[in-house]
Design a protein around this ligand. Structure first.
Ligand code: 5GP
Length: 207
């Protein structure tokens, strides 16, 4: 029998990258920075039942769906993971992710800790990256400076952020933690983690 020969094709490179972090930590900016720097990366557009804001672009930031439509997606097992965040539901389209991975792409999921745990349970090869604030004080300051919410909601997000950080450290879903004290440095560090993990999968020796 001819020994099986593994050819290096682009399909070897498919990798799922989870990026999480509390709101106000700058994870969307870091996510977009990673996406820009890695040419074969693609951002997974989640379905959500939350209201669209003026800053959101349908089909680019999210697909905005009704509760009924979200129920259908859950029931037909069309979501790789989903979670309730601040009373709204968010989920990752499974078929699209599978297709992009099969094409060898770096597929970026910007999801919460609950979702990350589900993805890691189903796909242990996924790489989990968690973005941390430099300190709790800085996080609170950043949440306030967005000026788009009441103090009550800011405090709620702040408590939730602290709980999420604790959970991220304990749950085992994250392979790396990046502190966003300086945006360019944080993006650089995230890129280094991603490139190292991808290199490892290709069997490259990494120092
Ligand atoms: P926002 O409404 O501020 O855009 O997002 C709220 C939270 O939902 C963020 O922590 C974001 O990472 C998370 N999120 C966005 N899409 C998904 C998703 O598809 N699945 C899960 N589990 N969380 C998501």
């Amino acid at each position: 029998m001819t020994p099986e020969r593994r050819l290096h094709t682009d399909t070897d490179d498919g990798m799922l990258l989870i990026i999480s972090g509390p709101s106000g930590v700058g994870k969307t900016t870091i996510t977009r920075g990673v996406e820009r720097a890695i040419s074969d990366s693609v951002f997974s557009v989640s379905a959500t039942t939350r209201d669209k804001t003026d800053a959101d672009v349908e089909g680019v930031d999210y697909r905005f769906v009704s509760d009924e439509r979200f129920d259908e997606l859950v029931e037909s097992d069309a979501l790789l993971e989903w979670a309730g965040v601040f009373g709204r539901r968010y989920g990752t389209p499974r078929a699209w992710v599978d297709e992009q991975l099969a094409r060898g792409r770096l597929v970026i999921l910007e999801i919460d800790v609950e979702g990350a745990k589900q993805v890691k349970a189903r796909m242990p090869d996924a790489f989990g990256l968690f973005v941390l604030p430099p300190s709790e004080d800085v996080l609170l300051e950043r949440l306030r400076s967005r000026r788009r919410e009441s103090e009550e909601l800011i405090q709620k997000r702040f408590s939730e952020a602290k709980r999420e950080i604790r959970e991220a450290h304990e749950c085992g879903a994250y392979d790396a933690f990046v502190t966003n004290d300086d945006l360019d440095r944080a993006i650089g560090e995230a890129l280094e983690h991603v490139r190292t993990a991808r290199g490892r999968r290709r069997g490259e020796s990494v120092s």
